[in-house]
Write a protein that binds this ligand. Structure first.
Ligand code: CA
Length: 228
């Protein structure tokens, strides 16, 4: 089955480029050039993934993110010329799964698309899988036993909670604010140093080379992502 992708973008050149890259990679592609058209296309086509521009003629793509997230968990990649950290954080907090700045490379775009589709594919049977593998780390889900190179690893409550948050949204960029809120609670969202300290501890315990992490990845200035 071919995955279908809805592009919401008003710039004709970019639409053409995206369509050709994605069609060549055997995806089925639909295009909407306005928020209004997106609503219609998204409801009739039921795409497997959305690629959304933020600057649309009849409104901001952020509105679209909020709207879609009220009824769907479909993966959304934002593609925007806005490259500030603030813009990325706003889009991710509004429900985007990933953020790509224009101009983009076709290989990078395809890699991000694959990661999001794969994430969605592995989500439904997440509960059934009894073991999760991260590099040389294995997590036995029923017993919560964690081993690295077959040696048991002990995580504190906070470290475990942080790892669980990353696992629940594996492949997605999670903002610092989101993680602080999930792990420590709403009073801690302005304390990113907590997160830095605990991420460093998790890497020391789980990564082979904590300074060069393979799965506990940093998204500079934005947050973290667990590699798929
Ligand atoms: Ca635009």
């Amino acid at each position: 089955m071919t995955a279908s992708i809805l592009i919401v973008e008003d710039e004709e050149q970019i639409c053409k480029a995206l369509k050709s890259i994605l069609t060549d990679a055997s995806y089925q592609v639909f295009i909407a050039t306005t928020l209004k058209q997106d609503e219609i296309e998204a409801s009739t086509r039921k795409p497997d993934l959305l690629i959304v521009d933020l600057g649309l003629p009849d409104g901001d793509g952020i509105i679209l993110l909020h709207n879609v997230r009220q009824y769907s968990t479909v993966p959304i990649i934002v593609l925007s010329a806005r490259d500030s950290e603030d813009s990325k954080v706003v889009a991710l907090d509004a429900g985007a799964d990933d953020y790509l700045v224009k101009p983009f490379g076709s290989n990078e775009l395809l890699a991000r698309v694959r990661a999001q589709l794969c994430r969605r594919a592995i989500l439904p049977d997440k509960q059934d899988s009894s073991a999760i593998v991260l590099g040389n780390v294995k997590i036995d889900v029923p017993s919560q036993l964690i081993t690295k190179h077959d040696e048991p690893v002990h995580l504190t409550k906070i470290e475990l909670r942080l790892l669980q948050c990353l696992l629940q949204e594996r492949g997605k960029i999670l903002t610092q604010r989101y993680l602080l809120q999930q792990v420590w609670g709403p009073n801690y969202v302005e304390h990113p140093h907590y997160l830095r300290i605990y991420m460093a501890r998790l890497r020391t315990k789980l990564e082979d080379e904590p300074a060069n992490p393979k799965f506990l990845l940093t998204e500079n200035g934005i947050g973290y992502r667990l590699a798929t």
